[in-house]
Design a protein around this ligand. Structure first.
Ligand SMILES: Cc1cc2nc3c(=O)[nH]c(=O)nc-3n(C[C@H](O)[C@H](O)[C@H](O)COP(=O)(O)O)c2cc1C
Length: 221
């Protein structure tokens, strides 16, 4: 069963790599993580680049009761996070690795594989000091090798989401979010984890519509 799952993941990954290469995608894409190693914290639809000390570490207080936390290497997941932010007026926190990932796609495949194999926890730049302010967390990630990148595990190790509702979303070349959601449930057994929103890489332009339907189905909008 597990072997079948691995074979399926490998096939989906191969298909996804082929499609990304065909569209001239990630291999030549700039790495958003390399633009700056500082955390990006946004309040409502206002984007801050995170160089101000206070805003570097936490979203401003007094706003919404929900927070979007996401990691995105090539901005597909960012498009979904932005769509959710627009429709829910949540605060938003982008997970940035302190050491930016390579923009070379093949190299990244190897790096990600090694991180998973060695159970590594890549360091996150900045922190969320006011997590207690939020009862609903949207948690978004790309799928790497069939599951969440290890930097999401760093986040889950560092923050306790007990008692909160967690709404997961993921983007991929085809693999679903189920492994990510299962890992989330294991890491946060006292959180209420909702059904995940899955957006495939080619559907990036439909992020608004897909996020809108998912929010409605889950009574989040
Ligand atoms: C290291 C790595 C591993 C990936 N593994 C998978 C995978 O197992 N299955 C899949 O469907 N897509 C896989 N992809 C494709 C990404 O999940 C997809 O392009 C995603 O939308 C990227 O999100 P981002 O632009 O927010 O970083 C992988 C991409 C990378 C870079």
């Amino acid at each position: 069963m597990r072997t079948m799952k691995r074979i399926t993941t490998a096939l989906v990954l191969l298909a996804s790599i082929a499609s990304l290469t065909a569209c001239g995608g990630s291999q030549s894409s700039p790495n958003p993580g390399s633009e700056s190693s500082s955390v990006q914290v946004q309040k409502g639809d206002k984007t801050k680049s995170g160089h101000d000390d206070a805003e570097k570490t936490e979203p401003k207080k007094g706003g919404g009761k929900s927070l979007i936390v996401y990691f995105s290497h090539t901005s597909t997941t960012k498009a979904v996070a932005d769509a959710i932010e627009k429709q829910t007026k949540s605060d938003i926190f982008r997970i940035e690795p302190t050491k930016p990932y390579t923009s070379d796609y093949n190299e990244l495949l190897a790096v990600a594989k090694k991180e998973g194999r060695d159970n590594i926890r890549p360091a996150i730049s900045g922190e969320i000091k006011n997590l207690d302010d939020y009862s609903l967390i949207y948690l978004g990630t790309p799928i790497w090798w069939g599951e969440e990148p290890m930097i999401i595990r760093t986040f889950l190790d560092r923050y306790d989401l007990s008692g909160k509702t967690v709404a997961p979303f993921c983007t991929s070349g085809g693999s679903g979010c189920s492994q990510f959601r299962d890992d989330l449930v294991s890491a946060e057994p006292k959180a209420k984890v909702l059904d995940a929103l899955h957006v495939e890489h080619p559907q990036k332009d439909q992020a608004d519509k897909l996020a809108g339907k998912w929010l409605k189905d889950n009574k989040l909008s």
